[in-house]
Design a protein around this ligand. Structure first.
Ligand code: ZN
Length: 251
């Protein structure tokens, strides 16, 4: 098996403050939140991780695109139409908008994540999802294009999902074997490097003890800190080498 590398596609950003990302922060230090999609590939197998939000949704929610996701896929010379596997880490609006970019992919989401958002909790939490995206996902389910994962599951050789929960009921992370050991695309299971490093949860999670348990699991999987890909940490683009405008590479 060829080792995997992971492209980080940086497609949107928003001015925020630290209290939105670190539980108990009182400094409210200004910070920029970044929005990413990830692509795990070894040339033979490619797994897209998360789909970003659509442009109109970004405008409505005050996060304009800084680069169109399609152009970022062009930059890494991967045609989304050729991608056969897409992992949706969780169903929050900023992670699962652009299903139509991947007409040939199987979409992997944890069964308990889908159950949460289609069950009794939707009314209370519905601001966190887009109605159109939820309906689009159910249409894919109807067509037999969902891969409903439970716990740990291999997607292609050397790439696994792990349910961690915490941030949402069914959030999953992606573990990929690189030339330097296991990398983890944590998405919002770890929003900032600091959450994991300082063992401080991010606010507004569904289950804080489960989030901290997830941090422990992720630490156990990771070969080294440079191979962690957090969900919204803008410093990813400074820590990792850039291969193009708005594209970083972990390997
Ligand atoms: Zn997010």
């Amino acid at each position: 098996m060829n080792p995997y590398k992971i492209y980080v596609l940086y497609y949107s950003k928003r001015a925020s403050d630290l209290s939105q990302y670190m539980e108990g922060d009182t400094t409210k230090a200004p910070m920029e939140a970044a929005y990413y999609m990830w692509v795990v590939t070894n040339g033979e197998h490619t797994v897209a991780v998360d789909l970003g939000f659509k442009e109109d949704v970004g405008h409505r929610r005050d996060r304009p695109w800084i680069a169109p996701p399609g152009a970022l896929y062009d930059a890494i010379k991967i045609d989304p139409k050729s991608v056969l596997h897409v992992v949706v880490t969780h169903m929050h609006w900023d992670h699962c908008g652009n299903y139509d970019m991947f007409p040939n992919a199987r979409i992997y989401v944890q069964e308990r994540e889908l159950a949460f958002w289609t069950g009794a909790n939707l009314q209370q939490w519905k601001a966190s999802v887009e109605e159109a995206d939820l309906v689009a996902l159910l249409r894919l389910h109807f067509k037999g294009r969902l891969g409903l994962t439970t716990g740990i599951q291999e997607i292609v050789p050397g790439v696994k999902v792990h349910h961690v929960g915490g941030h949402t009921r069914g959030i999953q992370v992606v573990q990929a074997e690189t030339a330097h050991g296991a990398a983890v695309v944590a998405s919002d299971a770890v929003k900032l490097y600091r959450n994991l490093k300082e063992n401080v949860p991010s606010p507004k999670g569904h289950d804080v003890p489960e989030m901290l348990q997830g941090y422990k699991l992720i630490r156990g999987m990771l070969a080294k800190e440079e191979l962690l890909l957090p969900g919204h940490d803008a410093t990813v683009m400074k820590r990792l080498p850039l291969v193009d405008d708005h594209v970083a590479l972990a390997q």
